[in-house]
Write a protein that binds this ligand. Structure first.
Ligand SMILES: Nc1ncnc2c1ncn2[C@@H]1O[C@H](COP(=O)(O)OP(=O)(O)OP(=O)(O)O)[C@@H](O)[C@H]1O
Length: 268
């Protein structure tokens, strides 16, 4: 039978074409943060952006989040112009929680913004906290939590709107190594389980190879995409992550990525 309504599996969830971002007015000295960026992300991909400081990784994420309009080129998410809060959940390097609200209060605020009725919020808060490994903490003050726990709350808040797309800007950079490793594994597993598409920024080649199904390498001056590295590692449920990190294939991919970031075109 012909499948007339089959979804187009190649359709991009995120589609950037010739995107440039310039900061500063024409009268001032302008900074070209991004120039001619083409990037398509299919639903379910875990795409990691790496590149030297100032190459426009955050600017690119801000365009996809709808916080920044391209100065030229087009940015589409699900075929429309990105709007803040519409389709994407965002996690920043710092958790940015409201210190005067409890953990549950922070999540309740996000749920209210997404139109979840008051009567359903307590149940949804409990579910979200369970999902990020913080069950039973709804009544805690955010400042009583460790940095890693606060970042888990920020992740739960980003998931409050059940986003199809999760944008993460160096979310684990400020955490200690052990907490970072735990959260890396959890985010990868969570995205797989929920089928969430992820665009993740990092400076770490190790983190990029561990998490990404594809790594996009950027260069500075002006910020642009210079290479891509597909990562075909088996990371299904039950993967022995320490063994994976120690494998020859992991070392090969990490080495290749480090080379790509150091290419003359990619250097600052
Ligand atoms: N609001 C702004 N106004 C002016 N220039 C900006 C602004 N935001 C970023 N820039 C400049 O745009 C360029 C790209 O910055 P961006 O933060 O996107 O890079 P990045 O790759 O995320 O850097 P890092 O890895 O250091 O966080 C830099 O030269 C930066 O100084």
């Amino acid at each position: 039978m012909p499948r007339t309504e089959a979804p187009d599996e190649d359709a991009a969830l995120v589609d950037l074409a010739g995107v440039a971002v310039r900061y500063g007015s024409a009268r001032q000295r302008q900074v070209t943060a991004l120039d001619g960026v083409d990037l398509r992300i299919r639903a379910g991909e875990f795409v990691v952006l790496v590149g030297p400081s100032g190459c426009g990784k955050t600017s690119l994420l801000r365009v996809v989040a709808g916080f920044e309009r391209p100065s030229s080129g087009t940015a589409l998410v699900r075929g429309g112009a990105p709007r803040p809060g519409a389709g994407a959940g965002v996690v920043f390097q710092q958790p940015r929680l409201f210190p005067w609200r409890t953990v549950g209060g922070n999540l309740g605020f996000a749920l209210a913004r997404h139109g979840v009725p008051r009567a359903e919020r307590a149940g949804r808060i409990a579910e979200l906290l369970e999902r990020v490994g913080l069950a039973g903490t709804a009544g805690r003050r955010t400042w009583e939590l460790s940095g890693g726990q606060q970042q888990r709350v920020a992740l739960a808040r980003a998931l409050a709107g059940e986003p199809e797309l999760l944008l993460m800007d160096e979310p684990f950079a400020a955490l200690d190594a052990l907490t970072r490793e735990r959260l890396q594994e959890e985010v990868r597993a969570l995205a797989g389980r929920l089928g969430t598409t992820v665009l993740f920024v990092t400076h770490s080649a190790e983190e990029a190879v561990l998490l990404g199904s594809r790594v996009v390498v950027m260069a500075a001056g002006p910020g642009r995409v210079v290479a891509e590295l597909p990562v075909d590692l088996d990371r299904g449920p039950g993967t022995d992550v320490p063994a994976l990190r120690g494998s020859a294939e992991f070392a090969r991919l990490r080495g290749r990525l480090t080379e790509l970031v150091r290419l003359p075109g990619a250097a600052v």
